[in-house]
Design a protein around this ligand. Structure first.
Ligand code: GDP
Ligand code: MG
Length: 184
């Protein structure tokens, strides 16, 4: 069994860090404090070993540069203003293409920031594609943050579609891998 899974969301929420965690010891993505380090799509394959009740699955993970607020609704390309934003445009296009080629979308959000209006815009966009998605509330580093993820129910998701992770500490990542495996 195999499945294509993409990491989508605003810049800096931890998509590339999560990619690295989900890949385990395999090929790593570039992470950086500055938004915009991942320009295009970055692929990796990871095998999730079989569990007692679920067979192993090969997961093709796709890391993306993410969605930028200023460009999500714009389709025109050639004005000077567009050219000035070409770099960001390309990233958003790649995010769209990544969703298009996915069987499952991991919509990564920052639990510290809560659900921002632009997160809603992204959720709405993913829904238009009819692709199944899970919301991954990342930067959940400590139990002190318990309950903060509840804010993301405003994105219109069910409790079995909301996951908390800390890409930094690895917290929640095994649980998320198992969920992905069950969906493969
Ligand atoms: P991306 O732009 O969505 O790919 O985000 P990155 O993976 O490049 O991470 C952006 C910044 O957030 C980096 O400084 C990461 O170290 C940091 N970061 C990523 N995941 C976590 C996390 O779970 N907890 C904390 N505290 N920081 C994180
Ligand atoms: Mg990145």
């Amino acid at each position: 069994r195999s499945m294509v899974v993409s990491l989508i969301g605003r810049p800096n929420v931890g998509k590339s860090s999560l990619f690295n965690r989900l890949m385990q010891k395999q090929h790593k993505a570039i992470t950086h404090d500055q938004p915009g380090v991942t320009r295009d799509r970055h692929y990796g394959i990871t095998t999730i070993e079989d569990l007692q009740d679920v067979d192993a699955a090969d997961i093709i993970l796709v890391d993306t540069g993410g969605f930028y607020p200023e460009r999500i609704d714009e389709r025109g390309r050639n004005s000077e203003e567009e050219n000035a934003n070409k770099f960001f445009n390309i990233m958003t296009d790649h995010a769209r293409m990544a969703i298009g080629e996915s069987d499952l979308v991991l919509f990564v959000v920052d639990v510290r920031e809560g659900a921002l209006p632009f997160d809603n815009t992204i959720a709405d966009y993913i829904r238009t594609t009819k692709k199944p998605f899970l919301v991954v509330a990342n930067k959940y580093d400590s139990d002190k943050q318990a309950g903060e993820e509840i804010d993301f129910y405003s994105l219109g998701i069910d409790s079995d579609e909301l996951f908390t992770t800390s890409a930094t500490h690895g917290r929640g990542v095994t649980f998320l891998r198992e969920k992905i495996q069950r969906l493969a």
